[in-house]
Design a protein around this ligand. Structure first.
Ligand SMILES: [Zn+2]
Length: 207
């Protein structure tokens, strides 16, 4: 039955069975909840010449230990400054970042492709990052809930299927990103199942 249900979700998304006139409360809530660049004190990218159409979603970790008492806005301001001055990127490489309280922050404007130090082309990918090293640390429940929230929100907005959500290591060789303790939630099927379940709820598809 699971396969049939999933097929219905695919169809509903692909053929736009959504009521376009009204956004579900969950989507409206997330629209308001995500901290914008100006809210955390960042500045928009200057070079806006390369644009993208979102087709995929990839999950990343920061890869470096992140002390939980560190101020997240300060971290983002420093990351933005480092990305521009050291890496010569237009902005923070990721589009959305999640703190330990499960708060979601906008990074690079999603209209512009992200950046990577690994061998894959991130054009077309929405990049979501949990700062920290999830080879060593464990994601908490608030972070996991926020990961699911942002994935559901992105799938809804860009009419994507849960199938297009991957870990960084699924699309690029030579990286452990997003770390084994976060990747475990792909391996046990939790992420895709939960995103599919919530999308079905938003689309009012009954079991
Ligand atoms: Zn990554």
């Amino acid at each position: 039955m699971q396969v049939i249900n999933f097929f219905v979700v695919c169809l509903a998304l692909l053929y736009g069975f959504r009521d376009a006139s009204s956004q579900p409360d969950k989507i409206k809530h997330l629209d308001r909840k995500i901290a914008t660049v100006s809210q955390w004190g960042g500045t928009p990218a200057k070079d806006t010449s390369r644009v993208q159409e979102i087709k995929f979603i990839t999950l990343h970790h920061g890869g470096e230990e992140f002390k939980q008492d560190k101020d997240f806005a300060t971290y983002l301001i420093n990351l933005q400054s480092w990305s521009r001055s050291e890496k010569k990127w237009i902005d923070i490489p990721y589009h959305y970042l999640i703190d330990f309280e499960g708060k979601i922050y906008e990074g690079r404007d999603i209209h512009y492709p992200g950046d990577t130090n690994t061998a894959y082309d991130p054009t077309g990918h929405a990049l979501v990052c949990l700062p920290g090293n999830y080879e060593i640390q464990q994601p908490n429940d608030k972070q996991l809930r926020a990961v699911i929230d942002v994935f559901v929100w992105l799938c809804w907005k860009y009419e994507l299927l849960p199938e297009v959500i991957k870990g960084h290591k699924d699309v690029a060789e030579g990286t452990v990103c997003p770390g084994k303790n976060l990747y475990a939630y792909f391996e046990n099927g939790f992420i895709k199942k939960e995103v599919a379940r919530q999308l079905k709820e938003l689309l009012k598809i009954k079991d």
